[in-house]
Write a protein of this length. Structure first.
Length: 319
């Protein structure tokens, strides 16, 4: 349940959906294909009364987390758990994509129509209403030779479904300080939405000291958005230097503090600030200045979800 039409009603650990009918936009699948496994899981969930009925579709990790959630819960509440998971989710979906990468896979879905699988109970509070979770993402892994569901997410906003398995998120973040710089213009995601900066500036932080590197752009609605990186205590003459954040350590020894500000449509009246060496992994390289321009390269991945990341080449204008 949520306040008005914005909040979500589930966490990544136990987002589940019962589906009675499927509209597929995929070619015929093998019996053990990820999509077929997800379909079997959802059909079973549509009538399931206990978590044990779902265990065969889930990895040991995912199933174990579900059972941990239920440990110590009174029998009456435990019996209501699985039916509760069906509340607010679509009765009919279509599978929009299946992507397999070695021993992992990702299946994306979206609702067909607005009919919920299970109507929500009427709330006594008129400000509370159910928000249909129209978009779903399933992450699967090969376990004991079979595809198993390792995590899932449902949301009313497609951009808020993660592109990375939440269970693998920390591994993905740490790769940022090790992978090669992409030789393409810098771009990525800002709070889960595609982000392509239209300007980049570098200059002194007049308030706290240090150097700002600012990637600025505009959302589809025309409002300002950006990812702003503060190299605290670092003089503004950064040409020819390399900075790294990895394993919660900074490559520059002045301070362990490190600051990133995110500005997006999700926060229209304010910005979202994160500080501390543990907020992300990053490597950042500045080349020799050309007049008032400094070329450079970056790979940055934040630990926070939904995804905020940026990677590629840039040319920063000195401020």
């Amino acid at each position: 349940m949520s306040s008005k039409a914005t909040a979500k009603i589930r966490s990544y650990l136990f987002l589940c959906i019962p589906i009675l009918s499927f509209t597929l936009s995929l070619p015929a699948q093998a019996d053990d294909a990820p999509t077929v496994v997800v379909q079997g899981y959802l059909r079973t969930l549509s009538a399931a009364k206990t978590q044990e009925e779902l265990d065969k579709f889930e990895t040991k990790n995912y199933s174990g987390k579900q059972h941990t959630l239920l440990n110590g819960i009174a029998p009456a509440r435990k019996a209501a758990f699985t039916p509760y998971l069906r509340t607010g989710l679509p009765k009919t979906v279509k599978v929009s994509s299946e992507k397999i990468n070695g021993e992992t896979a990702k299946v994306d879905m979206q609702a067909v129509g607005n009919q919920p699988m299970q109507p929500a109970q009427q709330s006594k509070d008129p400000s509370v209403e159910l928000v249909m979770q129209k978009f779903g993402t399933f992450f699967l892994k090969r376990e004991e030779g079979q595809w198993k569901i390792d995590a899932e997410c449902w949301d009313s906003d497609k951009s808020q479904c993660p592109s990375i398995n939440p269970n693998d998120w920390d591994i993905w973040v740490k790769e940022a300080s090790r992978i090669d710089y992409p030789q393409t213009p810098a771009g990525g995601k800002l709070e889960g939405t595609a982000f392509v900066p239209d300007s980049c500036t570098v200059g002194p932080d007049q308030m706290f000291g240090g150097t700002w590197l600012q990637f600025s752009g505009h959302s589809k609605s025309g409002s300002k958005e950006g990812i702003y990186i503060d190299l605290l205590d670092e003089p503004a003459n950064v040409e020819g230097q390399v900075f790294e954040v990895g394993n919660e350590k900074l490559s520059w020894p002045k301070k362990k503090m490190f600051n990133i500000i995110r500005e997006s449509d999700r926060f229209p009246s304010t910005t979202r600030t994160s500080a501390g060496a543990g907020i992300c992994c990053m490597k950042l390289k500045f080349e020799k200045a050309l007049g008032n321009k400094i070329p450079g390269s970056i790979v940055l991945r934040m630990r926070a979800q939904p995804e905020t990341s940026i990677a590629g080449t840039f040319t920063a204008t000195k401020k």
